[in-house]
Design a protein around this ligand. Structure first.
Ligand code: PBG
Length: 323
């Protein structure tokens, strides 16, 4: 049946009717809120390209985590800014490292909140690459051993989810084995499976000072032009034991999120990254966009594309607006 019998506007007539037939939900329960935890005490430093997001010492990070929890956000994702960096990124597996300390503090003071820990070496290496550098490039297999140490240390500190973001081949399987052998068989892995070499990470690298000292990350992160390869990455991570697969960034990659969702059938996360956050904030500050409307639309569309959960710096604002 076509027009005039069919009139799609009938179900758009009122707010209640639109609500009744809405296909996609957006709730605070879908959000993961990233936190930048810095060494030292009583620090709260703004990150210029990310208005509203600060580098926080542990005490402030706990308060921020509690605030997110009060707003109904179920999880935080921790990034560390260590006091010192070295060639290997040894701060990543220091049991008294900044992420480990913050994990213990948050688990103790906000017990119901899920603590996920980003697992990568780039915040801890002096050269800013995500692994061990040998002969000018990142050595995959040598890096796996260091990532395993970091994963075990994070899980021991109480992390509810470990989230490898390094893009080394084979890391999910190696991490699964390391966690199992260290008695952490119950700790799930949230794998950054399709992580693209993206210009949208710019503000993040400023925040944690992890811009590579030489070269770039294209030798390990994915080419933004590749969709089929993203499915291969996701499939391999599922075979290696990933519990959740992630696509990152989110908005320019909605097609990839959809394909990964259809292909894997396991929970899919999308990372609405720092550059995506910065764009909305900058346009809103200039008066070019209605921040609330634009943001809730963008997050809804990320969910519609197939994301079960969304990692977003907007989590607190969005949760407030969704109340
Ligand atoms: C670490 C990591 C990065 C991001 C998350 N984990 C940076 C990078 O790969 O350069 C980016 C997050 C963001 O931009 O919000 N490897």
């Amino acid at each position: 049946m076509a027009f005039p019998q069919t009139r799609l506007r009938r179900l758009r007539a009122t707010r209640a009717l639109r609500g009744l037939v809405r296909e996609t939900s957006l709730e605070p329960a879908d959000f993961v809120y990233p936190l930048f935890v810095a060494h030292g005490s009583d620090r709260r430093e703004p990150i210029p390209a990310m208005p509203g997001v600060d580098r926080l010492s542990i005490h402030h990070a706990v308060a921020e985590a509690a605030e997110a929890a009060d707003l109904g956000v179920p999880a935080v994702l921790l990034f560390g800014i260590p006091a010192s960096k070295d060639d290997e990124g040894s701060g990543a597996w220091d049991d008294e490292g900044v992420v480990q300390l913050a994990t213990r503090a948050i688990k103790e003071q906000v017990p119901g909140l899920i603590v996920a820990t980003d697992l990568c070496l780039c915040e801890y290496t002096s050269h800013g690459h995500c692994g061990v550098v040998r002969n000018g490039s990142v050595d995959n297999d040598a890096t796996l051993e260091l990532l395993s140490r970091a994963a075990v240390s994070q899980a021991r500190a109480g992390a509810d989810l470990v989230a490898p973001s390094d893009m080394m081949d084979g890391r999910v399987g190696v991490l699964r084995q390391a966690l199992d052998e260290s008695g952490q068989a119950e700790t799930p892995i949230l794998a950054y499976s399709a992580k693209f070499a993206s210009a949208f990470y710019g503000p993040f690298r400023e925040a944690v000072d992890s811009t590579p000292a030489f070269g770039d990350r294209r030798g390990y992160q994915m080419d933004p032009a590749n969709g089929r390869e993203a499915l291969r990455e996701a499939r391999l991570d599922v075979e290696e034991g990933a519990d959740i697969v992630m696509v990152k960034p989110a908005l320019p990659y909605l097609d990839v999120i959809r394909r990964v969702k259809d292909e894997t059938g396991i929970p899919v996360a999308a990372y609405n990254v720092s550059g995506e956050y910065a764009m909305v904030k900058a346009a809103a500050a200039a008066g070019y966009l209605d921040e609330r409307a634009a943001l809730l639309e963008a997050l809804t569309c990320i969910r519609r594309s197939g994301a079960d959960l969304i990692v977003t710096y907007h989590a607190k604002d969005a949760a407030r607006w969704l109340r």
